[in-house]
Design a protein around this ligand. Structure first.
Ligand code: 13P
Length: 264
């Protein structure tokens, strides 16, 4: 499968002009090189999406959140719906990022509703999972992930979607690796990805709806360490935070994945 390298810009940059420049710079890099085996996506601040999607680019645009309450319109002050972000030009949404789970108390029921709303408006979903440092230290990683992934089990059980293969990406982001410069070993990441794929493939309906799930690694990925993660067969790409805010480092990560996946 083709790799995905996705830049989660979080609450950056400070201005629309800086966001436009960053996307334009990534696009310039993209035109100068052939990334045959890697697709690119950026996930900017919601307020920048409609301006950025006007730029001529092959880079997909996602959003960082959508309303759990309504897929369309309603009295939900501060929310933005799946239909509205779709209309603004985004085609994907992040759901379950650890910062949303931690700072906004998003629980499994909320995440499930967001996924349903996204899919109902033809948005793809990047569903994020990952363990905390305490859970990692007490060797609970696999059980924590299995519990977080039950949202996908429920989706498959209740879904009448014909195919999720092009519309569902899983991102494994250990909470302790996000923004810290600390990363698990490639062997740990590879075996965790194999576990995630096996858990999902064990769900009823998974084979027909998904085939092999696309699983990205996220957490302190940078231009220097991307190639080692890219070499692992079970790692289908990267979800990048800090290093996605510079066009050259983001592009270097994408190039590392494209090279590794075209050779495999
Ligand atoms: P960093 O790459 O800055 O560690 O962030 C990862 C992340 O949270 C992407 O969603």
């Amino acid at each position: 499968m083709q790799a995905w390298v996705i830049g989660n810009w979080k609450q950056n940059p400070a201005t629309l002009q800086a966001a436009k420049t960053l996307l334009a710079d990534i696009n310039t890099e993209l035109k100068s090189a052939d990334l045959a085996a890697c697709r690119l996506m950026v996930v900017p601040s919601l307020v920048h999406v409609s301006s950025l999607q006007q730029q001529e680019t092959a880079i997909a645009i996602g959003v960082q959140d959508i309303s759990a309450h309504s897929a369309e319109t309603g009295a939900f002050t501060g929310d933005c719906s799946a239909a509205q972000v779709r209309d603004a030009g985004a085609t994907w949404v992040l759901v379950g990022h650890s910062e949303r789970r931690q700072y906004y108390g998003e629980d499994e029921a909320t995440l499930y509703q967001k996924i349903k709303n996204a899919l109902s408006q033809q948005l793809g979903v990047i569903f994020c999972v990952g363990e905390t440092k305490e859970q990692y230290d007490s060797e609970q990683t696999f059980s924590v992930l299995a519990s977080q992934l039950t949202v996908i089990e429920q989706l498959l059980a209740e879904s009448n979607e014909e195919s999720l293969a092009e519309r569902l990406i899983i991102a494994y982001e250990p909470v302790w690796a996000i923004g810290t410069g600390k990363v698990p070993t490639v062997e740990e990441v590879a075996s965790t990805h194999t576990h995630i794929k096996a858990v999902i493939q064990g769900y009823a309906g998974a084979e027909a709806a998904l085939g092999e799930p696309c699983v990205l690694y996220g957490g302190s990925v940078n231009a220097a360490n991307a190639a080692q993660f890219a070499q692992a067969d079970s790692v289908n790409g990267a979800l990048v935070g800090g290093a996605a805010l510079q066009a050259d480092s983001f592009f270097a990560i994408a190039a590392a994945f494209s090279t590794a996946k075209s050779n495999s």
